[in-house]
Write a new protein. Structure first.
Length: 120
């Protein structure tokens, strides 16, 4: 699937590119002490970098899994320095190795395929 089309799914799921959770990282962490938060995260797929911004993996995991399921693309969430600057074009093997979380598309059943065909 085209990377631009995948990024469109992020917008639909409420994760616009460059998303900022809060003007204050400290305040956000204090307000959500038990959440797994990654400020300035990067999301990659096997074809390269797709997205950047703040992610609260505790609250955004369902949206990221839905994107993986709907696009049939595995998503890798990387910390800021693992996916920026000289690391934006790193090999997919490196991306997989440093990913803090991976979202793999759920297995599809024959009923899922039929439902998708009838929804077109």
């Amino acid at each position: 699937m085209d990377k631009k089309k995948i990024v469109d799914f992020f917008w639909v799921k409420g994760l616009p590119v460059g998303r900022m959770l809060s003007g204050s990282k400290t305040r956000y962490r204090k307000a959500h002490p038990d959440n797994e938060v990654c400020f300035n995260a990067n999301v990659f797929c096997d074809e390269g970098k797709l997205w950047f911004g703040d992610i609260d993996l505790t609250t955004d995991a369902d949206a990221l899994q839905a994107i993986a399921d709907e696009t049939r693309v595995t998503l890798y969430v990387l910390r800021e320095l693992d996916g920026r600057f000289d690391n934006e074009n790193r090999p997919v093997e490196d991306v997989r190795a440093v990913a803090m979380r991976t979202f793999t598309p759920a297995k599809r059943t024959i009923f899922d395929v039929i439902r998708q065909l009838f929804n077109k």
